[in-house]
Design a protein around this ligand. Structure first.
Ligand code: HEM
Length: 512
């Protein structure tokens, strides 16, 4: 049979098409095979059921088998998990701008919550404007110094509540949470949100508690975004209701403040976050903050700033109660720096930097019990090459700082509570030392870490200096198991019995 020119052209085209197809298939294969290692998943559901409620612990246990960079499929959500200091350094130093957005849980899109504040916003001009505003006007070193009196008031109240128990058993985690909640209320709205005079304060507290509880729950709609409209677990509906209750109260505060401003109230050094938000004049580049976003930004501070601070303080107390030699060292340092006479028994913020051992206790606590163990999930904005792996756009990125804090490659005796490891060491938690990242790192590092550092130290120093503490049921009864909510909390709340230290009582107090 004769081969014509037309046949040859046809064969050439078929060859070309097949070659292109093969190339595409092989490229796709090499691309997918360049994914990080990870446990095999179920069809459709992937690894959704493998992680359990303590996903940070499960992921940490997978490190030995799969290494420090793991690939998971959670329903239809691709997920990259980073769990060593070296991989975290790679991520934050070289890929911060490849993963600058957040993966937003569906329930937290209720009332467009995710668009008002910093934590869930995309890396947008609005986020940059807000972050600048917070760093300059609300959480700057000067502003934190200026608000020392608010912290003093909240800590004094905490001491009064403890004393009101008359040496009985105290649920210290609960009291710490209420104190932190009121501290945020003072910084943000200039009011004790929870005071006996305010009924709406209790309504707000209750609604925010429910919002936080819901915010920490897993939701099917996050793993299969096509289910979002159906909201099969009803989480968004519940969130709309609870956040709606909290919003109605904050909306009233905001409207009152707008009226006050109209009637000539001047903003001065005493300004709170609401003033900062409403006073953002705005220009073509950075428009003013609309009222609905300001409400969400206010709510965010209660979300981000209260339980994180209080549960970290509760973990520190629990660790100290289990480690009497560390407790003795803290107390000896407090006696030396603060003094033992009743007239000088109050801890001043200016003294906190001298408390080197207490600072080491806080670092050691946050190494073992970071309040946000997987950080807030980031999201890939484009296809990226990460440590030789192909990471497609829209991949969720988790950084297991809980696992990194317990990684034998970075720490000697990683599970032992040994604050001494930080004495004379330059390791800090400001996002530069990748083995210790309780506040995250990079552009999205916690905006409140200086405030949190100051508050935790002040509260611990005050409580440990004024009282001797015993665990109700003895030191061996302290249960260190974890529970995951919006933060990593103690499963069993810490119950303690305080005794006011006699040598620090004034003569009048001692007579009572
Ligand atoms: C012990 C206390 C705290 C801990 C452990 C903590 C931890 C964190 C972590 C891990 C992140 C995510 C960082 C990342 O993804 O790289 C974060 C973000 C954030 N934190 Fe904190 N935090 C604490 C206290 C506070 C306080 C007191 C405030 C404010 C009053 C605050 C406000 C925020 C905000 C607004 C963000 C979002 C930042 C952004 O995405 O740009 N936090 N925090």
């Amino acid at each position: 049979m004769e081969t014509t020119f037309g046949d040859l052209t046809f064969l050439f085209i078929v060859f070309l098409l097949s070659a292109t197809l093969l190339l595409l298939i092989s490229r796709k294969k090499t691309r997918t095979s360049r994914r990080p290692p990870g446990p095999p998943g179920w069809p459709v559901f992937g690894n959704m059921f493998d992680l359990g409620s303590m996903s940070h612990q499960t992921l940490h246990s997978l490190r030995t088998k799969y290494g420090p960079v793991i690939w998971l499929r959670l329903g239809s959500m691709n997920t990259l998990v980073v769990q060593s200091a070296m991989a975290a350094a790679e991520l934050f130093k070289y890929h911060d701008l490849d993963f600058p957005d957040r993966k937003v849980p569906d329930a937290l899109t209720a009332w467009n919550y995710h668009e008002g504040g910093l934590s869930l916003n995309s890396y947008s001009p609005y986020w940059r404007m807000l972050r600048r505003l917070y760093s300059a006007e609300f959480l700057s070193a000067k502003r934190i110094n200026d608000t020392a009196a608010m912290r003093r008031k909240c800590v004094d109240n905490l001491v009064k509540w403890i004393e009101a128990e008359n040496g009985g058993e105290v649920d210290i985690g609960h009291l710490l949470f209420v104190a932190s909640f009121n501290l945020v209320g003072n910084l943000v709205l200039s009011r004790d949100v929870l005071s006996s005079e305010s009924e709406e304060g209790f309504e707000f507290f209750d609604a925010m508690n429910n919002v936080m509880e819901l915010g920490g729950k897993a939701n099917l709609a996050d793993y299969f975004p096509f289910l979002r409209r159906l909201d099969p677990a009803g989480m968004k509906r519940e969130m709309v209701r609870e956040m709606g209750r909290a919003r109605r109260i904050v909306e009233k505060f905001v409207k009152d403040r707008i009226e006050e401003k109209k009637s000539g109230r001047e903003i001065n050094d005493e300004h709170d976050l609401l003033d900062v938000l409403l006073n953002q004049k705005g220009d073509a580049k950075d428009p003013p903050v609309p009222e609905s976003k300001a409400i969400n930004a206010v709510l965010e501070m209660f979300f981000a700033g209260s339980e994180t601070t209080s549960s970290s303080t509760e973990w520190a107390m629990a660790e100290l109660l289990q480690n009497p030699s560390s407790m003795r060292k803290v107390k000896a340092e407090l006696d030396r720096v603060i003094g033992r006479s009743s007239s000088s028994s109050k801890v001043e913020e200016g003294q906190l930097e001298e408390l080197q051992y207490l600072q080491a206790v806080v670092k050691e606590t946050l190494r073992l019990h970071p309040a946000v163990p997987l950080l807030l999930p980031r999201n890939a904005v484009k296809d990226t090459d990460f440590m030789g792996y192909f990471i497609p756009k829209d991949t969720q990125v988790l950084v297991n700082v809980w696992g990194i804090g317990r990684d034998g490659d970075s720490w000697d005796e990683p599970s032992a509570f040994r604050p001494e490891r930080f004495i004379g060491s330059s390791v800090e938690y400001k996002g530069q030392n990748f083995e210790l990242l309780p506040f995250g790192a990079g552009r999205r590092i916690c905006v409140g870490y200086s405030l949190a550092h100051r508050t935790i130290l002040l509260v611990l120093a005050t409580l440990l200096h004024l009282f001797d503490w015993e665990a109700a049921g003895g030191a061996e009864s302290v249960d260190m198991r974890e529970r995951m909510g919006i933060t990593l909390r103690k499963l069993v709340p810490l119950k303690v019995v305080p005794r006011r230290r006699a040598e620090l009582l004034t003569e009048d107090e001692a007579k009572i």
